[in-house]
Write a protein that binds this ligand. Structure first.
Ligand code: F6P
Length: 449
């Protein structure tokens, strides 16, 4: 295989390249490790432009070349905030009620995909393999084909994909589905997502090869980060502040797909229904603000501020605060140490493409005394993790029961469950994800052939 060209909306900033913040960029970092690669995408910067296309800024670090372009304020509004995050994101998470459709945003989304294609084409080499990532860039393959690109192109969707009845409600749905035909291979996180996309392809009479290929983490690296952080000053401070109480930990972007209000209410139900845990547990939710210029995200933040304040006001004692709630980002290695220390990870998205925090929690555990994962049945990680305590994240009572079960679980059962989860985390990794997808992509006949 020639060079791997990865295209994603977000490209890690130079500082993040050795310590990526999480999610997609972590998986990709491992995917491109050790092979000649170019990573192309948005710089994260907004720039004014008199006319014409931007010139990609080039840099390289640890054997990977990076090329990024700035977007104008109007492109950022229509493409990123608008069509990607006010339309596709809620729709792909089954939240039609939150979709704010605008044809102007669709037009800008298509225009920015064409801009990406025009800026990328001059950087391509004949034996490159191109791998396009995520919902921001669905039509990029078609835009590249229009410009005469004949190299192999794969696409991977990191979010869930909804059933036809939901997806079909999107104006322009058929156009997006037709764009899938430009790829030699399309990858989805789970079998359920694959089946849903297949429904939409069949309904529009579009032929595309689709596989389910779950993403993972690098469990060996993450565990060593967690072990190293365990004696670091932050974890020591956290441990001392807990005064022998059990830590329940949640770590998520502040996003309505993560089920955070229901999670706080679930924790409150635990205190109400299982009084033996009062004053004996602390729930720490780390929820760094995300997409804060989209109204729905701002509304969610207000709701969480209010809920956390109300629950604490109602249940706290003068020497115990039940909920600690942080909306700043915390460095990844500190989080690794927190995850290792936590008795329970509470990972209850209403819908999630995969959820790598669930995998990180498992990888971070001490095998002699592992904690318990309480996981939404609607996370993409669910099918790989039957040994987690799975709950319906819409039901605070079920969350409370899951927490009670986890807090009461005998050590032997914790170990048995964790061993099975840990085996799953080592079976599907970031490296196996990239290897399996790219091998399947190589096997597909070239469109032009
Ligand atoms: O798939 C999840 C995802 O949308 C990634 O594409 C993205 O990089 C991450 O979440 C964080 O979101 P954002 O780039 O909008 O900050």
């Amino acid at each position: 295989m020639g060079r791997l060209v990865v295209v994603s909306n977000r490209v890690p900033s130079p500082r993040e390249r050795s310590h990526p913040a999480g999610g997609l960029t972590v998986g990709l970092k491992d995917a491109i490790r050790g092979q000649p690669s170019l990573w192309f995408g948005w710089s994260g910067q907004i720039a004014g432009r008199a006319s014409g296309d931007p010139t990609p800024k080039r840099s390289s670090q640890a054997g990977v070349s990076y090329a990024t372009i700035d977007l104008t304020a109007a492109q950022h509004r229509g493409f990123y905030q608008g069509f990607s995050n006010r339309i596709l994101w809620p729709l792909f998470h089954y939240r039609m009620g939150l979709v704010e459709y605008s044809r102007d945003d669709l037009d800008t989304y298509l225009e920015v995909n064409e801009l990406f294609a025009r800026c990328l084409v001059p950087l391509l080499q004949p034996d490159d393999v191109i791998w396009v990532q995520d919902y921001h860039l669905i039509p990029l393959g078609a835009a590249l084909r229009k410009l005469g690109v004949t190299q192999r192109i794969g696409f991977f969707l990191h979010t869930p994909f909804p059933p036809l009845a939901l997806f079909g409600a999107l104006p322009g749905a058929a156009h997006l589905i037709q764009a899938m035909a430009a790829y030699e291979l399309v990858g989805m996180q789970t079998e359920e997502d694959r089946a849903h996309l297949q429904q939409s392809l069949d309904a529009n009479d579009v032929k595309a090869a689709v596989i389910a290929c779950a993403i993972g983490i690098d469990p060996v690296e993450f565990r060593s980060q967690a072990v190293a952080a365990s004696n670091g000053p932050e974890v020591v401070r956290l441990r001392e502040s807990m005064a022998d109480r059990a830590l329940i930990l949640g770590v998520d972007r502040l996003d309505y797909s993560k089920g955070l209000p229901q999670r706080l209410m679930g924790f409150e139900r635990l205190l109400k229904r299982f009084p033996e845990h009062r004053q004996r547990v602390t729930f720490l939710q780390v929820a760094p603000v995300s997409r804060g210029d989209v109204a729905e995200y701002r509304a969610l933040r207000r709701r969480l501020d209010e809920l956390a304040g109300r629950i604490n006001g109602e249940w706290a004692e003068f020497d115990w605060m039940p909920i600690r709630y942080i909306t700043r980002a915390i460095p990844r290695d500190t989080i690794a140490g927190f995850l290792r220390f936590a008795r329970i990870a509470l990972v209850t998205p209403l819908r999630d493409g995969m959820n790598l925090v669930a995998k990180e929690y498992v990888a971070a555990q001490d095998s002699a005394d592992p904690g318990v994962l309480v996981l939404s049945q609607f996370a993409g990680a669910g099918p790989e993790f039957p040994e987690a305590i799975q709950v319906n994240p819409h039901d605070p009572d079920e969350i409370a029961e899951g927490l009670h079960q986890a807090l009461s679980m005998p050590e032997a059962e914790r170990r048995t469950r964790w061993h099975a989860l840990d085996a799953a985390v080592h079976k599907v990794t970031a490296a196996s994800w990239a290897r399996d997808f790219l091998a399947a992509l190589e096997r597909e006949p070239l469109h032009g052939a």
